[in-house]
Design a protein around this ligand. Structure first.
Ligand code: TYM
Length: 334
């Protein structure tokens, strides 16, 4: 904890453009925390190579993602932005923590089970170790709070288990981090198949609204969003997943509770004006982000200077933790 403020740490994989899920489930909430916390935001480029990738694309996406962070309101004057691969300590701590983590627990993680089901024998061991690297990311900075979307909650649980295991084995060292998941926006679903998560890897790109989409494209994606039978605007994730997803998106963007959003639209006799209003709200939110992004994305020198400042600060903190962990583990330190 620096300057008496609690540490928050979080990040995302720089695997493409940010979408409405990353905006509402992640950066919007991070932005709200800038003044009250000691904020560390990083790009998990080492996690990104757990899937096949093209090196030049990863490099470009990583720098573009810094521009997207800043465009989403993560002011580098009020937080640190850095790359996982540029700070020595993430993979070092991962190794020590991995030696305390039972393999069975890693094999039972939902993400590993899903991805290994698809890839079979060829699934890489990096994917198995993914949660240990994520635990290292968090524990390296003794983060108090980790803002995440719903899908990352299991990773937070295992991080707490691993921290506890280290503390019990060697002595009290790590803070047990708390997840911070907001009620609205924590699980933004696909616009074309609202029972699956909105994700940049979706084959149907009409299901994903990117923060770089033009106003026309945003409107088209919302007006063609799959809705449910009937014509009443109700929040019922089982029976009306499409309308519930749009209500959730609207509530998160307008910063109102779901009940308030339902109330606002309950008198409408058709879905059409509702979808138009959600589209208008999304355009009003996304347009200034897109404009800011377009303005700064070409200034590579500036973006790299932000990363450089972030790396210096993060490395200082990481060195302290690694020294402590190595000493407690029994490594010779002289
Ligand atoms: P990633 O890159 O998949 O997603 C980044 C953040 O965005 C949230 N998110 C969503 N929220 C709501 N609805 C959606 N459709 C949606 N899609 C993504 C995610 O929950 C996440 O908060 N493993 C992490 C990156 C990571 C990390 C960490 C995070 C590595 N180390 C340490 C926190 C702390 C990931 O792949 O996030």
């Amino acid at each position: 904890m620096l300057s008496g403020k609690k540490v928050i740490l979080t990040g995302m994989q720089p695997t493409g453009k940010l979408h409405l899920g990353s905006l509402l489930g992640a950066t919007n909430n991070w932005r709200r925390m800038l003044d009250g916390y000691d904020c560390l935001f990083f790009l998990a480029d080492q996690h990104a190579i757990t899937m096949p990738h093209i090196p030049a694309e990863l490099r470009k996406n990583t720098v573009d993602c810094v521009a997207q962070y800043i465009a989403c309101g993560l002011d580098p004057e009020r937080c640190k932005i850095f790359l996982q691969s540029q700070v020595i300590g993430h993979t070092e701590l991962m190794w020590v923590l991995g030696c305390l983590t039972p393999i069975g627990q890693l094999e039972r993680m939902t993400q590993f089970k899903d991805k290994s089901k698809k890839a079979g024998e060829s699934v890489c061991s990096g994917l198995l170790f993914y949660p240990v690297l994520m635990a290292a990311d968090i524990l390296l900075y003794n983060a108090d709070l980790v803002p995440i979307g719903e899908d990352q909650k299991q990773h937070l649980e295992i991080t707490r288990d691993i921290a506890q295991k280290f503390n019990n084995t060697f002595s009290e060292t790590f803070v047990l981090p708390e997840p911070y998941v907001r009620q609205t926006g924590a699980r933004v679903m696909s616009l074309q198949n609202p029972v699956t998560k909105m994700s940049k890897s979706d084959k149907n790109q009409n299901s994903v609204v990117y923060i770089t989409d033009t106003d026309d494209v945003i409107r088209k994606k919302f007006t063609s969003a799959v809705t449910d039978s009937g014509n009443k605007i109700e929040f019922d994730e089982e029976e009306k997943p499409g309308i519930s997803n749009l209500l959730n998106i609207f509530a998160a963007m307008a910063e109102v509770a779901i009940e308030e959003a339902v109330e606002q639209f309950s008198s409408l006799a058709s879905y059409v004006p509702f979808k138009q209003t959600v589209a208008d709200t999304a355009i009003a939110k996304i347009a200034p982000i897109r404009e800011k992004y377009n303005e700064i994305v070409r200034d590579k020198e500036y973006l790299l200077s932000v990363l450089h400042a972030g790396k210096e600060d993060a490395q200082r903190r990481a060195n302290k933790t690694i020294a402590k962990v190595y000493r407690k583990t029994g490594f010779v330190m002289e």
